[in-house]
Design a protein around this ligand. Structure first.
Ligand SMILES: [Zn+2]
Length: 208
């Protein structure tokens, strides 16, 4: 299985779990070719049923679409391409970037409109994140205001990234979650852990 097929499998799994509803979300992975390109999902496709034509080869340096993983020559890239490029450019060790529209992150960020970051603390599953070896820690996910101006949002995320404030992921209010990893497997594990923890955090606040 190459990187494109692996990404299609991850998308199907996330969609089946309800985290990519109504064609939302976007996913990318480095192609594995030494040309600085990624496979990035095409805009407007049902992420539960992606085919190779739905994965566009995008140059991380220029942002240009230069082909697909299938037989189609071109396609319209995700509206949020700029947020994927931001991560690959700012942190070149990044191997995959996953963005979901998850119910828990969406609810938590809308329920607390003044909260500029969501803190996850004391949970065993924090150990699924790279660099964390104990539950006795806290992970802070910045919450950025939602906007249709992706370029401006990417600029804000980039400033926070370079300040070291987004090591594991970030939320966009009323919108969803971004996470990543050095490999697609790492990114997938990080995203699964954050999705679980956001779900638990929502339940905890409901009970409290
Ligand atoms: Zn989105």
């Amino acid at each position: 299985m190459d990187a494109a097929d692996a990404l299609i499998a991850v998308a199907a799994r996330l969609a089946a779990a309800g985290n990519l509803p109504a064609t939302s979300g976007n996913l990318s992975v480095r192609t594995g070719d030494p040309d600085g390109t990624i496979w990035l999902t095409r805009s407007g496709r049902d992420k539960g049923h992606l085919v190779r034509d739905d994965l566009l080869r995008v140059d991380v340096g220029t942002g240009e679409v230069i082909g697909t993983a299938g037989t189609a020559a071109w396609g319209k890239p995700s509206a949020e391409t700029g947020l994927h490029l931001q991560r690959y450019r700012a942190v070149p060790s990044t191997g995959a970037v996953l963005h979901v529209h998850d119910p828990a992150g969406t609810a938590l960020t809308m329920a607390a409109p003044g909260e500029e970051a969501l803190v996850l603390e004391g949970y065993e599953l924090l150990k699924a994140l790279d660099g964390i070896a104990t539950h006795a820690t806290r992970v802070t996910l910045p919450v950025f205001p939602n906007t249709q101006d992706i370029e401006a949002l990417a600029t804000d995320v980039d400033a926070a990234t370079r300040d070291g404030r987004v090591p594991h992921g970030y939320l966009i209010r009323g919108h969803g979650l971004y996470a990543w990893g050095d490999t697609l497997a790492d990114a997938s594990r990080h995203l699964d852990a954050l999705l679980f923890l956001l779900g638990v955090e929502l339940d905890r606040r409901r009970i409290a």
